[in-house]
Design a protein around this ligand. Sequence first.
Ligand code: HDE
Length: 701
Amino acid sequence: MTNTTKSSASPSRKPEATADPAAHTVLVTNQGVPIGDNQNSLKAGLRGPVLLEDFILREKITHFDHERIPERIVHARGSAAHGYFEAYKALPDLTRAAPFREAGKITPVFARFSTVAGERGSADTARDVRGFAVKFYTDEGNWDLVGNNIPVFFIQDAMKFPDLIHAVKPEPHHGMPQAASAHDTFWDFASLSPETTHTLMWVMSDRGIPRSLRMMQGFGVHTFRLVNALGKSHFVKFHWKPLLGTHALVWDEAVVLAGADSDFHRRDLWEAIEAGEFPEWELGLQVFTEAQAEAFSFDVLDATKLIPEELVPVTPVGRMVLNRNPDNFFAETEQVAFCAAHVIPGIDFSNDPLLAGRIHSYIDTQISRLGGVNFHELPINAPKVPIHNNQRDGLHRMAVPTGRVAYEPNSLGGGCPFQAGAAGFASFPQAVQDDKVRGKPEKFSDHYSQATLFWDSQTPLEQAHIAAGFRFELSKLTVPAIQERMVASLVNVSRDLAGTVAQGLGMKLPAALARALPRAPKPEVAHSPALSLTALPGDGGIRTRKVAILVADGVLGTSVATVVQALKAADAVPCIIAKRLGEVATSDDTALQATGTYENSSPALFDALVLADGETGVAAMSQTQAVQDFIHSHHNHGKTLLVLGLAEVLLEQAGIRMFLPGGAPDPGVILSAPHSVAQETANFIHAMGKHRHTERLLALL
Ligand code: HDE
């Protein structure tokens, strides 16, 4: 058979090659009939009509006609990988959940990252929330932690989700804009729904444009419960922290990348895993009791609120490593069905009303997206534990149950399968006694305290980016009343922020929007450093970072070769860029191969820049506009530049200042004399570990 299917069971290895590849090379139909001719349809004579009897042609075309399935209504654009979760230690006091049973316990996982608003083929770098969904194939069934890269959500109640999504999706009359919230309907909804404010602050911040899927946090968002073997429960919030730290793009880079490589994040994840640079996150828990929750100034059932880490610290409990790319995008990344209702014994829900809607929505959506109720049998969705139950039939049923018993209780099947009793999933017996109402608890109406906390916890550069994010988005609106209402809402977050945005929109600062809860409870903390991206700088390494090395015929090859070697030793990815691909004619006959051209390599694709030395080469580069574009782009985006020898004139030509406003040298612009290339390359690598030079970015504002 050609259409072999591979198991996705192993978390760490590619499936073994088949023993006899030749046995698998004959093309057959879906019925297993060998195909003699796959080039020509069956005709009555060479120039005659094609015959209806050509079942080979019709099977092929019919299958093709139905290759597309509906894309996800949200989170359509995504990229995924296999890996494993490893527990640091057993957590018997907190939970009986299988992944936390013992130290070192390994649970296979499949993680999918996504944007929310854009369609399946939309650009990766759109400003948006990122989905962060992890399927744990545990010993007691599948647990899906379906989170985001932002710890709060736009709305508090599932009732509003379709409205939120209709507002952010392309406007229905003309289908624009794609993968962008910068349009009237989104901000109309947002400005009329002040509960969105806190999440808007996060999305307008650099969190909305991550540098890499490998460099963002993940959050379960809702409050969940952990339940131990004795039935004792604690509340919990889940956090994923990336080992590489949290890093972002700069907005105009994100815009350029949407065209230069709309698969920027997908490619980055894929290439890192192929190169053996396995991304890793630490799972942390914020555990708290009902009594603590009662006392908080906010409601833990409100998904627009977070728990500051200064109030409840995050305790690391394990790590996730993604170490295998999918074998087939459609079969795995597209067909994976995450579900907020997939919990296992030891993990349970809270009464968060947004979560309640999700518990319904995810299975429901798969029924139309994956075409029926048996989507759990697809290899990527199938639990690793055997399934014994009496569910039968349905579209695309793959399991072949045997015997005549499909009910319980039964005697004809020996009573099998039995109920698991106390060993099975038991919902935490939370007491419920109240009137049926449509409404919200009072603290849900405080829409601004945590938005202000977020703003006050950002560095000046982050604040500037947030203001620019709002300014950009709101400047795209065509209805001034929406702009005004939104800025009036921002006055409640920060007058500074609202003032900067108003100025950018050319409007007077409006009066603050009336607050739903005029006297909100005083927040426990006024400043939470953990809310800044700078809280997780990573380890300072430059693994997988891409470095553009600009050359031309006549450059000095030895110094370039030294830089290339040092970058490779640091596991970075150097790319020599010239006017054309192939051999570069160096002045010292050192062999150099250009693997990129100015035409195919946008500066935005690279994390740092090297300018080669050598009289003739530098003279040629000084005549190349693209070299100037590279220098400006890298300098303006706070990246590190290594300038070898005579290439300094290229900086002068570009009008680049090598000093910061106070007169101190810019630590991100490194000049190297011919004799100190090795030393300055080491300095370059160290400086690149900062990712961006914020002092320069601030000075350029
Ligand atoms: Fe989702 N969400 N969502 N969501 N969501 C979906 O399920 C939904 C929410 C999240 O990589 C859909 O299989 C409702 C919060 C991720 O495949 C759908 C509500 C959070 C993914 C759905 C929410 C998320 C989805 C679309 C409000 C963060 C992508 C396709 C009540 C905690 C998973 C699908 C993947 C996908 C419904 C709110 C995260 C329609 C009704 C809050 C990461 O079922």
